[in-house]
Ligand binder design. Structure first.
Ligand code: NAD
Length: 486
């Protein structure tokens, strides 16, 4: 059992009320920990501590801010196996994935922004009349709110640029998967951060989260989570004109052209598409959930894709041979189940999966878990609810198209605009199609490979602003232009 604490002004502490929330291991159904159920008074203490630490922290040289970020990365690296085990237990994701992706990426996030800030120099513009120097001044207290699917990965993706840029931070991890954030908090002092610079508070969204986003000492909010929550945060931030960045949901298309399914291409395309649908049980915001398949390739590609999906091993997240672990909670399992029932009521044909995995098909240790079978559906119109609403589970629909124009129209035909992948052997076509897709990232014959310097984020209902590289550092700073006469 892990009894997590808030981390305020350099000290681990309980909520003022003493109230706590339980944290569940979704693969076993067991209670694995508790967190403080923080209230506005706790948020106020954290925001005040951050506000008091801000002037000192933002005045440090970039190298001085980089040092504790690197040290924190070292400490996570030292204890990576412990972090991965807790991430695995708390989310239900396979242990290998937790270690190889979540924890590895948390370490690189901290290192990347520690290095990036050192290279982030003052810009200078010169013309015949004047010289303009653009200084970036940290905004103040940054609220960093993260979701449950990639807990430490997305928390560090926010706190690292905020701290590097000179902001003081109040972070609120998801109440569903908060435990690696607590482990991080336990190492913040050892990493050498001064008190108050990084505060981590736990609690529910509509209480602790809402109090944080409306707190007068918070200057900016970076949020990753659902679209509806993002909308409510944007309106809560409006009266005080806080700067807001929102990374929200998606309904991402994978567009498969027939030339990506020839005998020499087929396996690579299948590998990539299967990974893009089912990684992390389909609970990655960039997962493909609408698979657009050129009609000429339908008869080859669909049976092969279904066969691959059926071959995925659903099982104990601790077992190295497991591909698909547990969904994050019983509530989420119910949501995914309801979504598939809705799809069937809309006329969907279930090609594989379609239901939770029964206890008798699971190893003893995880029989009470929230496991859902990898599911592929077809026979649905692009405009039906199943093809318009985010499901966020191991479920994708297959949709035929005839030509490029039709593929682009279907791909762009939702309120979302997070990402897409295009699978083709024709690079000219890849360029043509990618420039017409309304989304923040387009992967060509790949998925989720990236350079941390490149911007990432969504258009339309998928978000506001971008994370990554300079985009992230600039979000946390106010540019101030100082002009000298020539
Ligand atoms: P969520 O919106 O329910 O919660 C996200 C966070 O916001 C949690 O920490 C929660 O406690 C907090 N919160 C909830 N209500 C709040 C409020 N009123 N004020 C302040 N904070 C509040 O999302 P979730 O269910 O944890 O995550 C799944 C969603 O996140 C999916 O829609 C997924 O697409 C999205 N997501 C997007 C990205 C991206 O980069 N675009 C990445 C990962 C997840």
């Amino acid at each position: 059992m892990i009894h997590a604490s808030n981390f305020i002004n350099g000290t681990l502490c309980a909520a003022h009320s003493g109230d706590m929330l339980e944290v569940i291991n979704p693969a076993t159904g067991e209670v694995m920990g508790t967190i403080p159920d923080s209230a506005p008074a706790d948020i106020d203490r954290a925001a005040t501590a951050a506000s008091n630490a801000f002037a000192m922290w933002s005045a440090l040289a970039p190298a001085q801010r980089a040092a504790p970020l690197h040290k924190l990365a070292d400490l996570i690296q030292r204890d990576a196996k412990d972090f991965a085990r807790v991430e695995c237990d708390n989310t239900g994701k396979p242990l290998e994935l937790a270690l190889g992706v979540d924890i590895a990426r948390a370490i690189s996030n901290l290192r990347f922004f520690a290095d990036a800030i050192a290279h982030n120099d003052t810009e200078k513009f010169q013309n015949e009349t004047c010289v303009s120097n653009v200084h970036r001044r940290a905004l103040g207290v940054a609220a960093c709110i993260s979701p449950w699917n990639l807990p430490l990965y997305l928390l560090t993706w926010k706190i690292a640029p905020a701290l590097a840029a000179g902001c003081a931070v109040v972070a609120k991890p998801s109440e569903v998967t908060p435990l690696t954030a607590h482990m991080l908090a336990q190492r913040v002092r050892e990493a050498g951060f001064p008190s108050g610079v990084l505060n981590i508070i736990h609690g529910r969204g509509h209480t602790a989260g809402a109090a944080l986003v409306s707190h007068p000492r918070v200057a900016c909010i970076t949020f990753t989570g659902g679209t509806v929550t993002g909308q409510s945060i944007a309106s809560a931030a409006a009266p005080t004109l806080k700067r807001v960045a929102l990374e929200l949901g998606g309904k991402n298309p994978a567009i498969i052209f027939a030339d990506a399914t020839t005998s020499d291409q087929l396996n690579a395309t299948l590998d990539g598409v299967i990974r893009s649908i089912f990684t992390n049980q389909g609970q990655v915001c960039h997962c493909s959930s609408r698979i657009l398949i050129q009609r000429a390739a339908w008869d080859t590609f669909v049976p092969a894709l279904v066969k691959r999906a059926q071959a995925l091993r659903v099982g104990d997240p601790l077992d190295a041979s497991t591909h698909i672990g547990s969904l994050v909670s019983q509530q989420h399992l119910q949501k995914v189940t309801n979504a598939v029932e809705l799809a069937v009521s809309e006329g969907a044909r279930i090609l594989c999966g379609g239901a939770r995995v029964g206890a008798d098909e699971l190893p003893q240790r995880v029989r009470a878990g929230a496991f859902f079978a990898p599911t592929l559906l077809d026979n649905l119109a692009p405009t039906c609810r199943t093809n318009q609403e985010e499901i966020f589970g191991p479920v994708a629909t297959l949709i035929p198209f005839d030509d490029e124009a039709a593929a682009i129209q279907i791909a762009n035909g939702t309120q979302f605009g997070l990402s897409a992948s295009v699978w083709t052997a024709d690079s000219a076509r890849a360029d043509r199609v990618s420039t017409k897709l309304d989304c923040g990232t387009v992967w060509i014959n790949s998925w989720m490979v990236r350079d941390l310097r490149a911007p990432i984020g969504g258009m339309r209902a998928s978000g506001l602003g971008r994370e990554g590289g300079n985009e992230a550092l600039r979000f946390f700073a106010e540019p101030v232009t100082v002009v000298h006469n020539k």
